[in-house]
Design a protein around this ligand. Structure first.
Ligand code: SF4
Ligand code: SF4
Length: 316
């Protein structure tokens, strides 16, 4: 999914990685310490049923349709070269099987109701955005976070961005599912100040059911990070009826305690905000109906980590 272009650095011909990005969010305060810029890589090897960013899952651009903005003008259907948009009972409907994600409909949509999510960018282009807020990183002890999707699935682009960030003295964080070969992770460690590591389910069978992959590789990578004393924050999505059970959280706390990882745990409450996004990008939302955990329910879950001596907080 990556391509490379040539560049001359210091008189040498180098290859510079391009990759698929779906957002670069400035002034983020939820993806590590201080004020940060978060770069969202597109594409993930997991497909968590509760994923808050369904537009991040595929490794290629997608057409996002915001039907609630549509004013019914029909301009999109006129320009679509593939006849993918037609009027059905007074509503403009898109046949995604015919759509090749060319983006022409978005160019003419007055209501900004059709957008291409995901574009290929080079490390240099991304660094130009990151550099705009360097004063805030220094003032707030913030920096740059690479998130997704799964940044480790585009390791060449990630490596180059990390190198450029470190050369400028920026604090760097990686937000990851941990589902990547150790050989991909290890070479990046000397350029990473912090890893935000997702832990979801300690049962590999349940992990496979809800995310599409077992958890053996993820747990093995966390063991390796612990051996190397890497700074890791654990992030646990709290999905009622899925991840919040006693068996799961007590096993998780025990596992973390045995690793002797200098860490803290962030419990991230489930929310419904993403459900409409699934329809917007034409994906099915397959998670069984559940509820948003109350503050009292969240607080009750702290017990499992506190009794193992692990600091725990909510959000982040
Ligand atoms: S161009 Fe935009 S506003 Fe007009 S019909 Fe298409 S989606 Fe709706
Ligand atoms: S992205 Fe291109 S192919 Fe797809 S509906 Fe729009 S104009 Fe048609």
């Amino acid at each position: 999914m990556q391509s490379f272009r040539e560049k001359t650095i210091g008189g040498y011909n180098c290859f510079v990685a391009n990759g698929y990005i779906f957002d670069v969010r400035r002034f983020s305060i939820h993806d590590g310490p201080g004020i940060r810029t978060t770069v969202f890589f597109k594409g993930c090897p997991l497909h968590c049923l509760w994923c808050h960013n369904p537009e991040s899952q595929l490794f290629s651009p997608e057409l996002m349709i915001l039907s609630n903005r549509c004013i019914g003008c029909g301009a999109c259907s006129v320009v679509c070269p593939y006849g993918a948009i037609s009027e059905v009972d007074g509503v403009w409907v898109t046949d995604r099987k015919k759509c090749v994600v060319c983006g022409k409909c978005g160019e003419v949509c007055y209501a900004d109701g059709r957008q291409i999510v995901g574009e290929q960018k080079s490390a240099d282009e991304i660094m130009k955005i990151i550099d705009q807020d360097k004063a805030f990183y220094l003032e707030s002890n913030g920096g740059v976070t690479f998130s997704g999707g799964e940044p480790l699935a585009q390791p060449d682009l990630l490596q180059e961005l990390l190198e450029q960030c470190k050369a400028r003295g920026y604090h760097t964080a990686l937000d990851t599912s941990g589902n990547a070969a150790w050989g991909v992770i290890e070479p990046l460690l000397d350029k990473l100040d912090l890893i935000l590591f997702d832990l979801k389910l300690m049962s590999s069978d349940l992990h496979r059911h809800y995310t599409g992959a077992g958890n053996e590789l993820i747990l093995s990578n966390l063991r390796e990070l612990a051996k190397r004393m890497v700074s890791v924050w654990i992030r646990v999505p709290i999905i009622p009826g899925v991840t919040d059970g006693e068996a799961n959280l007590s096993a998780m706390a025990e596992f973390l305690s045995e690793l002797k990882l200098q860490t803290r745990v962030f419990l991230l409450p489930y929310h419904h905000v993403a459900t409409t996004k699934y329809a917007n990008v034409g994906h099915d939302y397959k998670l069984e109906p559940t509820h948003i955990p109350t503050e009292a329910e969240m607080t009750a879950l702290d017990y499992y980590f506190k009794q193992a001596g692990i600091p725990v907080q909510h959000g982040g």
